[in-house]
Design a protein around this ligand. Structure first.
Ligand SMILES: [Fe+2]
Ligand SMILES: [Fe+2]
Length: 294
């Protein structure tokens, strides 16, 4: 661990003031509630990333990767804290999202943490494979955070969102782009063979992608149902209705990402040559860090 490392990834000091932000900070109720799962799902999910990566630190033999993982942990911890402020913001506006946040707490703390399904015998049975699987799952999740991070940086149609929440999601997007290959590199580092790494990537994605779509649409449905400003049936709440609504919004206004694009991106991930380094735009991320003074 004594070799010199180029420590590029590090947590930035950020502060967001949401006192002037409107409930529908993304212009319309549907666009706002379609993006709000970010604030609901990420706080517990990103703390789980940190716990897993902290456990894996002693396994890392490459000094650069070790430094990158430390930087990743620092960034994700601050992402988690920053998004949880939006949950408080909604509570103050009469929209209580805490029971869905509790559900994510059960998922990330009871089902997929150090003891799988909270079972000590299962942890013993799986041994180190459980930790490697967790890292693989995080690498698959980070595929989505990095492509969605790129989307928030590139998409000009969202420029009229509330400036403070837009600053929050663009700062987060830029850091996701910045650390997009850390989980991927770590998973590769822990896999013994190239074939094991490739098969592991496909296996974890086959679990993560459906779960991502399920949690995303369920969180949208929950938020819509908690919003008493909306009339019953005003916005779609079924999984298919929500996904169709998102695609329609993408085609009409580009204020939401395309579901088709997200599905296609899974195809890129499946290619043996895939590497997140080849995607994403570091210059654009650096532009936003500078523009926002981070
Ligand atoms: Fe993050
Ligand atoms: Fe991330």
């Amino acid at each position: 661990m004594n070799a010199a490392v180029e420590h590029l990834i590090q947590a930035r000091k950020v502060k967001f003031d949401l006192t002037q932000s409107p409930i529908y900070w993304a212009e319309t109720p549907f666009v706002t509630h379609a993006i709000n799962p970010l604030h609901i799902l990420l706080p517990q999910g990103e703390l789980w990333f940190c716990r897993v990566f902290n456990r894996v630190l002693p396994e890392i033999t490459d000094p650069q990767l070790y430094a990158d993982v430390k930087g990743f942990i620092g960034q994700e911890a601050i992402h988690s804290r920053s998004h949880s402020h939006v949950i408080d913001f909604y509570k103050e506006h009469g929209i209580d999202l805490s029971s869905f946040v509790h559900l994510t707490e059960v998922l990330f703390k009871d089902l997929v943490d150090e003891l799988p399904l909270k079972q000590r015998w299962l942890a013993k049975l799986l041994g180190k494979n459980w930790l490697i699987f967790q890292v693989g799952a995080i690498a698959a999740i980070e595929h989505f955070t990095s492509i969605l991070g790129m989307w928030v940086l590139e998409e000009k149609a969202i420029n009229n969102f509330d400036p403070e929440i837009l600053r929050l999601i663009r700062w987060h997007g830029a850091e996701e782009v910045e650390h997009r290959s850390v989980a991927f590199d770590l998973f590769q580092h822990l896999c013994k063979t190239k074939l094991g790494f490739y098969a592991g990537r496909q296996f974890t994605m086959s679990l993560v992608f459906p779960l991502f779509i399920l949690l995303w649409t369920r969180a949208i449905r929950f938020t819509i149902e908690q919003d008493s400003n909306l009339k019953k049936g005003q916005l779609p709440t079924s999984m298919l209705g929500i996904l169709k609504g998102i695609e329609k919004e993408f085609e009409q206004s580009a204020r939401l990402p395309s579901v088709k694009f997200i599905i296609k991106s899974v195809g890129s991930w499946m290619k043996p040559s895939y590497n997140p380094r080849h995607e994403g735009n570091d210059q654009l991320a650096a532009y936003y860090f500078k523009a926002y003074g981070f």
